[in-house]
Design a binder for this molecule. Structure first.
Ligand code: FCB
Length: 473
């Protein structure tokens, strides 16, 4: 059996986000973010005090970068905390915050690691939330100003930019389902937030390009392919609706097609008026949103299996219970389904043909910690990554221009609404002392990054059986 060989210029990297690793939530003039606030609310994050100190990376960044270098990392996707740079959302810039990222970027470049920066990974300045947050159109202007500040300062040395990370999570989880900051439960606000996120992306792109000549820029979506549990019409329609509200609601406007009419109709049936009727979409918005980008960033973790009659029937809801009886699951309860990554990439390229793609996040939560001799034997993570790399390779073999792959995550961190219970890292972190221990997966991945080669999975190490769904019958 041949190993899989990736192209020499394939970008292998790791990913994190500011709020999940930095800590230092009040240091050096940083403003409060909606996640700082959400973590303090009783309805916010369950088992943890807050993300006030995750990873302590703000103070340990030099050691972290040394470790990254020693483990062969060549590209690093991180995010910039808006409230560190512009503590009150608009206006005065906090030089100390900006300097932190300047040092970080210089530190990466000195170590031969290419920076890939995300401007917004969920930590809106709380002040802006109090003025209405993402459902409020003025936040679009605030984001573009912030993007201007950051890219003016760093645009000479950062040449890969992501505007937003996962607008679905920000809008729907944060404003529709209340599971993320700011913890609201209102479908109208969720759709307004989604529209303004997309618009702010579209408006920021030309600003970023002006400030960072020769850069590439795009947005990151979390995409979840939907499979009907059976070919029964009700199930296939449920899969259509899930795909529509979860994926196409964001893909279609970015691709210049406006909001998908079938989903507009689904929303209308649930009592949510269409974006135009809500007065959200101003003349020219859809053109701005569809600004051509250099790539699409894809975060892939799992798939959705749609079965009619299983609660809940509302749009945007995942199935509540695992539907695949013989499926495998990570500790997040997410099904391991590598074929979904292949199918997703092929479908994206067939239906949308973005110029190229990055997997900007893919990874798994397994709690393995240091055993005897301090070694973290996270073999399930290695198997997960191997299978997903193989799925990506298959998609490339069928013509998808996939340019790179960022494993989520570089290190264990603050997993949003799940607090510290879920460990996604290649590096294990002791959440009391902040000690770091590279897991076996980090060493395995070092070889993948070095050689561009992935050994094929052996028998018994393969993905979920294709007929897993049918086992339910
Ligand atoms: C994604 C987020 C990322 C991380 C992973 C597990 O939705 O972008 O910050 O939490 O999920």
């Amino acid at each position: 059996m041949n190993d899989l060989l990736f192209p020499q210029n394939f970008v292998w990297g790791v990913a994190t986000s500011a709020y999940q690793i930095e800590g230092a939530w009040k240091a050096d003039g940083k403003g409060e973010s909606i996640w700082d606030r959400f973590c303090q609310m009783s309805t916010g994050v369950g088992d943890v005090t807050s993300g006030s100190a995750p990873g302590d990376h703000y103070y340990r960044w030099r050691d972290d970068l040394d470790l990254m270098q020693s483990l062969g990392v060549r590209s690093y996707r991180f995010s910039i905390a808006w409230p560190r740079v512009v503590p009150r959302g608009r206006g005065k810039v906090e030089q100390r915050g900006l300097d932190f990222y300047r040092r970080l970027v210089d530190g990466l470049l000195e170590r031969g690691i290419t920076p890939y920066a995300t401007l917004y990974h969920w930590d809106l300045p709380q002040v802006l939330q109090e003025q209405g947050g993402w459902p409020h159109r003025a936040t679009v202007d605030a984001f573009v100003e912030y993007a201007d500040v950051v890219t003016s300062a760093l645009g000479d040395r950062v040449k890969h930019w992501f505007t937003h990370n996962e607008p679905w999570c920000i809008s729907i989880l944060g404003h529709g389902r209340g599971e993320h900051a700011p913890g609201l439960r209102n479908d109208l606000l969720a759709l307004a937030a989604a529209h303004h996120l997309l618009l702010s992306h579209g408006r920021a792109v030309p600003v970023i390009r002006r400030n960072s000549p020769g850069c590439e820029v795009g947005i990151v979506l979390n995409l979840t392919p939907a499979y009907a549990a059976t070919d029964n019409a009700l199930d296939t329609d449920k899969a259509r609706a899930f795909d529509g509200s979860f994926n196409r609601w964001f893909l279609d406007p970015l691709a210049g097609r406006g909001y998908p009419s079938d989903v507009v109709e689904d929303y209308r049936r649930q009592g949510v008026p269409e974006p135009e009727a809500l007065g959200l979409v101003h003349a020219g918005d859809l053109t701005e949103i569809a600004v051509p980008c250099d790539f699409l960033g894809v975060n892939y973790y799992s798939r959705e299996v749609s079965r009619a009659g299983v609660v809940p029937e509302k749009l945007n809801q995942h199935s509540l219970e695992p539907l695949i009886r013989d499926g495998r699951y990570t500790e997040m309860g997410w099904e391991v389904y590598p074929d979904g990554l292949h199918d997703l990439l092929v479908r994206l390229h067939r239906d949308y043909a973005f110029p190229k793609y990055y997997i900007t996040e893919n990874g798994c939560s397994f709690g393995d910690g240091p055993g005897t001799h301090g070694i973290v034997h996270d073999t399930r993570r290695i198997a997960y990554l191997r299978e997903h790399f193989a799925a990506a390779h298959r998609a490339m073999a069928s013509g998808v221009p996939l340019a790179g792959y960022f494993v989520w995550s570089w290190m264990d961190n603050f997993e949003w609404g799940h607090g510290y219970r879920q460990r996604f890292g290649l590096v294990w972190v002791d959440f009391e002392t902040w000690r770091r221990v590279p897991k076996e997966s980090a060493r395995w991945y070092r070889e993948v990054m070095r050689t561009g080669m992935v050994a094929r999975a052996g028998e018994g190490d393969s993905s979920v059986k294709k007929d897993g769904i049918m086992a339910l019958q």
